[in-house]
Design a protein around this ligand. Structure first.
Ligand code: ADP
Ligand code: MG
Length: 252
């Protein structure tokens, strides 16, 4: 496959006063990849995503986007958070069109269509369920046609069924557009279900960069699915033995 480096992190560091959160992250993301970042709460996942988005400056190292060093906001990236951050006083179409000009209505409608909610264009966000709000938030990111989609636990607040639906939608959108996607999640199975690579952050470093080799659409019943999930979880929890066998299979 023709691969092109979209994003390269070189020795990226970040501290908050005496707390060293990222201690020198080196990662390369190819165009079109779906990557998940997992790790314990507080390990620096959101910090890393904010730095990639250019919302926050790194304390050291370099971030190369399309071969150029990122200096401020990453214009080619869009980020979506766990709380959709929709403006309650604006209608859904207007929420999606924020920051667009020209034929923004057509573009916003198209984005809304891609998440299956075009019939809700003229309603207010308060009329939507949690899952639908996240669809709108996703449409609001997609309408800018980003090269890089950053998702910070976007499904964290959803119930299990809605979560599965949203996972399928995110995978379908990624496959259709081949949009490089970085998903931060605390759900290892979600990461294994969706990703080409799963990265485990631990103690400020990349502890694991695991390629997931499974055909799509992926099935939970596939033994490889369980094996990947258990191994990655064991890495996060520190229950992997020196010989590499999983000592404890934790579920959640
Ligand atoms: N703006 C900030 N000021 C001070 N400490 C912060 C700030 N943002 C994050 N932290 C700390 O950095 C660590 C990593 O946070 P975060 O990236 O949000 O972790 P994660 O997303 O993996 O749960 C945590 O200990 C958190 O308290
Ligand atoms: Mg976080």
């Amino acid at each position: 496959m023709d691969q092109k480096e979209l994003l390269v992190l070189k020795d990226v560091k970040k501290s908050y006063s005496s707390l060293s959160v990222l201690k020198g992250i080196n990662l390369t993301f190819q165009q079109g990849e779906f990557i998940s970042i997992v790790g314990k709460s507080g390990c620096g996942k959101s910090t890393l995503l904010r730095i990639i988005a250019g919302l926050e400056a790194a304390g050291g190292g370099r971030i190369m986007m399309n071969g150029s060093e990122l200096q401020s906001l990453n214009e080619a990236a869009r980020i979506m958070f766990q709380d959709g951050r929709l403006l309650p006083w604006k209608k859904i179409l207007q929420n999606i069109g924020l920051g667009l000009s020209g034929d923004w209505r057509e573009k916003a409608l198209e984005a809304l269509r891609s998440v299956g909610l075009e019939d809700r264009a003229h309603q207010y966000p308060s009329s939507l369920s949690g899952g639908q709000k996240q669809r709108v938030a996703l449409a609001r990111a997609l309408v800018h046609e980003p090269q890089l989609l950053l998702l910070d636990e976007p499904l964290g607040a959803l119930d299990a069924l809605t979560r599965l639906e949203m996972q399928r939608l995110i995978e379908a959108i990624w496959q259709k557009n081949r949009l490089t996607t970085i998903l931060v999640t605390h759900d290892v199975e979600e990461a294994v279900m969706l990703s080409d690579r799963v990265i485990v952050l631990k103690d400020g470093n990349v502890a694991v960069d695991q390629v997931i080799e499974m055909p799509r659409p992926r099935q939970r019943a596939n033994p490889a699915f369980t094996k990947y999930s258990e191994e990655i979880l064991a890495e996060i929890m520190g229950t992997r033995s020196a010989r590499g066998t999983v000592l404890v299979a934790l579920s959640h």
